[in-house]
Design a protein. Sequence first.
Length: 84
Amino acid sequence: MEQTQTLAKIKPLSHSNYPEWSGEMKAWLMRNGLWKLVSGKESKPADGSALDKWENKAERAAGEIYLLVENDQRVHFAGHEEDP
């Protein structure tokens, strides 16, 4: 519940607020243990339970990022909605 409340304080990405949005989004992802995956510092495991855990984190990160982008900007994400 606290994560949702904090995320709700971030203004969605628009055509004019990328610097503010990117900093707040990075901070939120860091706080929630997702930044290393999003930034590419956490490699995708080959298989097993570690792979399942990594994929779950990737889905969560991609979903959170997508939800914090205004509708008119989502065209830039076409085909990459599941790739944080």
